[in-house]
Write a protein that binds this ligand. Sequence first.
Ligand code: UDP
Length: 495
Amino acid sequence: MKAQWRNQLNVLFLPYPTPGHMIPMVDTARLFAKHGASATIIATQANALTFQKAIEDDFSCGYDIRTQVIPFPADQVGLPDGVENIKDSTTLEMLGQISHGISMLKDQIELLFQDLQPDCIVTDFCYPWTVESATKLGIPRLFFYSSSYFSNCVSHSIRKHRPHENLVSDTQKFIIPGLPQRIEMTPRQVAEWERTKNETAGYFDAMFKSETKSYGALYNSFHELESDYEQLHQSLLGIKSWTIGPVSSWVNEDDEQKANRGHKEDLEEEPQWLNWLNSKQNESVLYVCFGSLVWLPHAQLVELAHGLEHSGHSFIWVIRKKDENENEDSFLQEFEKRMKENKKGFIIWNWAPQLLILDHPAIGGMVTHCGWNSILESVSAGLPMITWPVFAEQSYNEKLVVDVLKIGVSVGVNENTFWMSLGDEAMVRRQDIVKVVVLLMGRSQESKEMRKRARKLSDAAKRNIEEGGHSYNNLTQLIYELKSLKISKALTEAG
Ligand code: UDP
């Protein structure tokens, strides 16, 4: 065996099967391989299919990367074949079955860890038990946090100080303790598992504990975006972290890779949305998407449709269908038809090639649910945002975008609601939607300034992933550090 081969770093990646976690971790594994490591991604069959093409292409270009497929226990949890991803769940019961199936993979994964003898494991923060696996193997565990430093710092502060308790009402504002900036929120905006003590909260306790016991953390972020919070994270958790983003624009270089990222079907040759966008003026179209999980209740869809139409601005709107009948919904059908006729709006059902669309010069802004990947992708494209958080840490990310970075305007959601529990009512009214769309897409001074700041951050994002940039250096330094650990371990074992 060549000495160079012996020294190659062997890293296992274990993503959590939901697009917002899996997409950036797969991109990260590909970056490790492109920087000389041997990368293996563990995934079940249906999940592997969503990224397999990219892995095969990288492999055929000479990079040392592969997927290790494990079977999902569909039968045992009572699910049809191929339903293996959190985004496939349409009911709470299904969500429970999928989550149970994922937790049943633990023994298989531990056996793989032993067989494949990695030098390091990079696991999603949702797998707290991998801290013990790494300890048993005597190797470092890095956890991959799929949201912002900011949101994790807010979570740690809220968990420690519980500032949302003992207030006169759940709409009373409090200041989040210990942050470098004055950030206010209300108890209703706090994530469910931090607000109340229930079974899910217990699961999150284990995750937060496992963070501090890890060797370090990987963040898909970049220096200029939240360096104050990167520092705060270090002092709150007492572990090292590496900021290596934005990974999506770093690793997905051409349109084909951007289009097919996280999705198994190929892009059409000449997609209709592209022709439609090509007919629009620069920066005149608003892109509206609520990520990979959220279904808005029907009443909210209706309100949003009216809001977009009455704003007078053009838009592309991605709507997730809950079941096949929804396409027959007469209101949305009528709406789609009307928008086609007057060329004001274009609807994409279920899944859009978001990276490609955001890069199109006709796009001038984004309505986002504040999932971290979407925020990063909007920032990378230099676009200001309308923030519409729904669940989890999305309301914290909104504060970063609106209050800290000042590159977005809030639509005014005051409630943090688990996406599966969204009620039948509309939370945001059409007149509020019109107001923020006009503000963002119009040429007001406020909008110009937000746009300018977003562009500056986009330039910074690009510099970060160039050779010599912060993120670039962080990744190469991390690989070097892990290799040194591997060598000292080998020397110790050799006596
Ligand atoms: N995404 C996409 N097309 C869609 C919906 C989502 O490409 O129609 C991608 C999006 O670009 C992002 C990820 O899926 O990379 C969603 O992650 P995010 O953190 O924004 O939100 P989540 O889905 O986890 O709520």
